[in-house]
Design a protein around this ligand. Structure first.
Ligand SMILES: [Fe+2]
Length: 575
């Protein structure tokens, strides 16, 4: 850890003293950023016996990270007068409840949008309600808004976090240390690349899993925005048209301008970086959402009124936006590349265009075919994924090598849409105007490390498994039960540059340097820190490990590209 806890606490205390007043803040409740029905904009009445004590407190960016932040939280019961206190202002929260379609429990969430903030400024805030058990001393924390214009900043990322409560399927103690790792690096914000808590794998206690997730994250996410992307494990039976109700209810995310699809995908700009967060389940072949393997049906609580879900049922949402997301993506990338204030475009999504995990999911040809040509056309610099619980980095790629895959079952040649590396020299510095770098960061905190990678034993090349068709449920050898097959093809993974075989756990730290006007060059230094010894069982060595707070450097590399304002210098701030 680069900073210990004491330093962190000291730093926050110091900043808290700097934040009283000075900014003009208008008090407004968050407008509904999802298509979910919202109750009254401000809560004024609730059962007097209800517990409105805020918990699971977390921040997200508003539409302009230099000016707006959203504070979100949940309460054990319905809150009365839920609000954020900031400076001399009280900002009423929008109440957004939902009833879980499996166990019938109602969760109350609250969202307060704080607008008209000053860029690059640290603010203190508190969260409370009339029926807050801590009303005399409500929860308080600080956050810092994004800088305006070209400026240095740091962000961090991983996916596949789970919770520290090992009573839940796929939860593991590393998820607590992972949250601590984010805090230790003090990023401006964190990107959480999908598969947040695996509530769908614990279908009768989904709200309880989400609660443990939210309370685990609070120690970081209440201090800096955590920006999520939905993964396959956010797809839950009986929770909305894509199963995202639990996810969408808890997060207020920047608007994508499409009321039917708010919260699923979005973009925001910090400094000279355009961040684009996508919902890859819309385009992947792989069926990996909620699934009933059998032999028993999955029976929702009677109070839900929902029917039993029969064995062999999976919640497959491929194509759910009917192309709307891809159209939005192309427009967003095109506008971003034409914007003189944008140098970098970084995409966040859950599933993997380039993963060679041998025991994980692997890559997906439909995802590649849908979006990699757009990443190429608009020079996306970096794509961050999760899904496979390991760390892998590609060389920069541009273009597609067609018809270079092999169907595993038949040996036939197949098109896996393999991204073409523009270099296979691992120089440590890559010009991403020439090719897109793909990172797999599914290294958050689950109990299932997937850090063993494919190898073609015939020629010694690295090898990736690739989905080339949907893998809908089929009957297994056991009567009454069903399975979903793994990726159906392989390819030589000539795009793969680095794979961490020592642990499946880590965190990526990104330091953006806008560069100077003189050389017209900007850079991002990326350092992958990993948690050695955290694998429950390391698949390469067989060593048995345990969760650890000790994150050390695995590798550092640098991305460079020309500044987009090299001629005009439109933006004078932050140089
Ligand atoms: Fe996943």
């Amino acid at each position: 850890m680069p900073e210990n806890d004491e330093k962190t606490r000291t730093g926050l205390s110091r900043r808290q003293m700097l934040t009283a007043g000075g900014a003009s803040i208008l008090a407004t409740a968050a407008t509904a950023a999802t298509a979910l029905p919202a109750s009254a904009a401000t809560t004024t009445s609730a059962d007097a016996s209800a517990d409105g004590t805020p918990e699971q407190i977390h921040l997200t960016w508003g539409d302009d990270p230099a000016r707006s932040v959203v504070v979100s939280w949940a309460t054990p019961g319905q809150a009365s007068g839920a609000r954020v206190l900031i400076g001399q202002h009280q900002i009423p929260a929008e109440e957004r409840p939902y009833t879980d379609g499996m166990n019938g429990e109602t969760t109350y969430t609250y969202h307060a949008r704080i607008r008209h903030l000053q860029p690059g400024t640290t603010y203190s805030y508190a969260v409370t309600a009339d029926n807050d058990a801590n009303a005399a001393s409500p929860f308080s924390a600080t956050f810092t808004t994004a800088p305006k214009g070209r400026a240095k900043f740091r962000f961090t990322s991983f996916g596949d976090l789970a919770t520290p409560n090992t009573a839940w399927v796929l939860s593991y103690g590393q998820s607590a240390y992972a949250v601590g790792a984010v805090e230790s690096f003090q990023p401006l914000f964190h990107l959480l690349n999908g598969d947040l808590c695996y509530a769908d794998l614990n279908p009768m206690v989904q709200p309880e899993v989400w609660r443990d997730f939210g309370n685990n994250n609070q120690s970081s996410a209440a201090h800096r925005p955590w920006m999520p992307a939905p993964g396959n494990h956010e797809i839950e039976f009986n929770n909305g048209p894509q199963g995202f109700t639990s996810y969408l209810t808890r997060y207020t995310l920047p608007s994508n301008g499409l009321p039917q699809f708010e919260g699923r995908w979005y973009s925001f700009q910090v400094g000279s970086v355009l961040f684009v967060s996508l919902s890859a389940d819309d385009v992947v072949y792989q069926d990996a959402g909620a699934f009933v393997a059998g032999p028993a049906a999955l029976v929702p609580a009677a109070s839900t009124g929902n029917e039993p879900i029969e064995p062999g049922t999976s919640f497959y949402i491929n194509g759910y936006s009917s192309g709307e997301q891809t159209r939005w993506l192309e427009e967003t990338l095109r506008d971003g590349r034409q914007d003189p204030s944008v140098d970098w475009i970084i995409v966040q999504m859950h599933q993997c265009p380039c993963s060679s995990s041998k025991i994980g999911n692997g890559s997906d040809a439909a995802l590649r075919a849908a979006w990699v040509p757009l990443f190429d056309r608009y020079q996306v610099d970096l794509v961050l994924s999760g899904h496979d619980h390991d760390y892998e980095r590609s060389f920069p790629t541009r273009g597609i090598d067609h018809n270079v895959g092999t169907v595993t079952a038949t040996g036939a040649t197949v098109d896996t849409w393999r991204p073409h590396p523009v270099t296979t020299v691992d120089s440590g510095t890559f010009d991403t105007s020439q090719g897109t770098v793909y990172l797999i960061l599914g290294c958050g905190g689950t109990s299932a490390n997937l850090d063993i990678y494919g190898l073609d034993t015939a020629d010694g090349d690295t090898q990736a498994r690739v989905f080339i068709a949907p893998n809908r449920p089929i009957p297994s050898a056991t009567p009454g039960t069903y399975l979903r097959v793994g990726a159906q093809a392989t390819e030589d993974a000539i795009w793969s540059a680095q794979r961490d075989t020592s642990t499946g756990y880590g965190i990526a730290v990104f330091d953006v340097d806008p560069g100077g006007r003189g050389d017209g060059q900007t850079s991002i230094t990326v350092t992958q820190y990993h948690a050695l010894g955290a694998d429950p069982v390391n698949p390469t060595t067989g060593a048995k490990g345990a969760p650890t707070s000790d994150y050390t450097v695995f590798e550092t590399f640098t991305l460079v590209r020309p500044r987009n304002d090299a001629q005009g210098h439109q933006d004078s701030q932050g140089d």
